[in-house]
Design a binder for this molecule. Structure first.
Ligand code: PCA
Length: 329
């Protein structure tokens, strides 16, 4: 009698154990990492955070995306490779960081090709199909892109001309900003945003081109004094996902990701438009002199831009022509 009871409970226990073992499968939860090189209070990162939350809500927790800001999981310049090799399922990358790999990634960092948000959005529409094709061949799906505010020059004094830039210790963040330094005789050093504050406070660099947003992120007023609103270009961040990981998802989850990405793109552009003036106001409030560049400085920068555009067009070939033609239409 007793033995029979034991057998029964052992059987029951076994059944329950296998029921438990099956339970997680029924509610299979997928976890993705999402590294970005930019800090958590940056508007791009806030937008990514909302995207991750939207996906969680829409899939009722089936797909959980964990955001890793400020280069904490992968450094800004490692993220694309991490996604391509599936070390991270998805990631946010500054497109023009990849310009040496393929010029097509860098069209939004050609100085003065597209200098405001409307032009930048138009350039993105022209660039998008070409990049989607290129990334698809690399096993990557492009989800969305959002521009940074227009790029200006930070320094320790007002720069009146290109000649004033000679000898500056110039922080570069992509191939284009390195080439600009070379064109004006400054000394370029590539430093990503996560390390910028430190490079400024230790005096490793004393100037750079970027947006008001990154000036605010790195509390630039602790080291520098002037921001020249050159409005030279609006580089974009893109959200990419490993294609195999995306294809592993069921259809409803894939749709939720695409829908959340579409919403994030709309929200992100809108937010960056507003944030442009807000970030300049924050610079001014912290005693930075925000100046309109002198006619000479602007003309000298424009000349550098013309050289870089010619160089870019040569490298970008037929696909590059397609982008420029679609943009100018
Ligand atoms: N901020 C980033 C890229 C462009 C921008 O506005 C940076 O300075 O690294």
């Amino acid at each position: 009698m007793q033995r029979k009871g034991m057998l029964k409970s052992a059987l029951l226990g076994g059944l329950m154990a296998s029921a438990f073992a099956l339970a997680p499968l029924a509610h299979a939860q997928v976890k993705w990492d999402l590294p970005t090189g930019y800090p958590s209070n940056n508007p791009h990162t806030i937008n990514l955070d909302q995207f991750a939350k939207d996906v969680g809500t829409a899939t009722q927790g089936k797909l959980v995306i964990t955001l890793h800001p400020n280069g904490s999981l992968f450094k800004a310049n490692e993220i694309k490779r991490a996604v391509q090799s599936d070390q991270a399922q998805m990631g946010e990358v500054l497109m023009s960081l990849l310009e040496n790999e393929n010029a097509l990634f860098g069209v939004d960092a050609v100085p003065f090709l597209a200098t405001g948000f409307d032009a930048s959005q138009k350039l993105w529409q022209a660039q998008r199909p070409v990049l989607e094709r290129l990334l698809d061949r690399q096993g990557i799906k492009l989800l969305y892109a959002v521009a940074w505010p227009p790029q200006g020059i930070y320094a320790k004094k007002e720069l009146k001309s290109g000649a004033d830039m000679k000898g500056l210790k110039w922080r570069a963040y992509n191939p284009a900003t390195t080439k600009i330094a070379q064109a004006v005789g400054a000394q370029p050093m590539t430093i990503q945003a996560a390390e910028l504050s430190q490079a400024l406070s230790t005096g490793v660099v004393d100037s750079f081109m970027s947006s008001g947003a990154t000036g605010v992120d790195s509390k630039v007023w602790e080291s520098l004094t002037h921001f020249h609103t050159v409005d030279a270009w609006l580089p974009k961040n893109m959200l990419i996902v490993n294609k195999r990981e995306f294809e592993k998802l069921d259809k409803a989850t894939q749709d939720a990701v695409v829908k959340a990405a579409k919403d994030a793109e709309t929200r992100g552009w809108q937010r960056m438009r507003e944030y442009t003036q807000q970030s300049l106001d924050t610079l001014a409030k912290n005693k930075m002199t925000v100046v309109k560049p002198s006619a000479q400085l602007q003309a000298d920068m424009k000349k550098v831009g013309d050289e870089l555009l010619a160089e870019w067009e040569k490298k970008a070939g037929a696909d590059g022509k397609e982008i420029i033609a679609a943009y100018r239409k």
